[in-house]
Design a protein around this ligand. Structure first.
Ligand code: FES
Ligand code: FES
Length: 78
C-alpha cells in the first residue's frame, strides 16, 4: 500500500461534540482531519470513530500514527 499524504506533522486538536466522525486516512482530504471522499482513487478508507461525549480530540494530522485516528507522537519521527 502506498503511504498516505502528510497534511501536517502535528495533530488537529479539536473540541468535538458527541457523534460519528470519519477521519481521513489518505491525507488527501481538503477538509482535514475529516474525510471528504478524496480517497476514492487510493487504497485508503477513512476510519470511523464514534465520540460519546463532548471532548477535545487530538486527531492525527500526519496520518502515520499507530493509534489512528488519534495522534500518538509518531509525527515527531517523520
Ligand atoms: Fe482521506 Fe477519505 S479523503 S480517507
Ligand atoms: Fe500523526 Fe501525531 S499527528 S502521530
Amino acid at each position: 500500500m502506498k503511504k498516505p499524504n502528510i497534511p501536517q506533522k502535528a495533530p488537529y486538536v479539536i473540541k468535538v461534540t458527541a457523534g460519528t466522525y470519519a477521519w481521513c486516512a489518505c491525507g488527501q482530504s481538503k477538509n482535514q482531519p475529516y474525510c471528504d471522499g478524496s480517497h476514492k482513487n487510493t487504497d485508503f478508507k477513512p476510519i470511523i470513530e464514534t465520540v460519546t461525549e463532548e471532548k477535545t480530540v487530538a486527531w492525527c494530522g500526519c496520518k502515520h500514527s499507530a493509534n489512528a485516528p488519534f495522534c500518538d507522537g509518531t509525527h515527531n519521527k517523520l
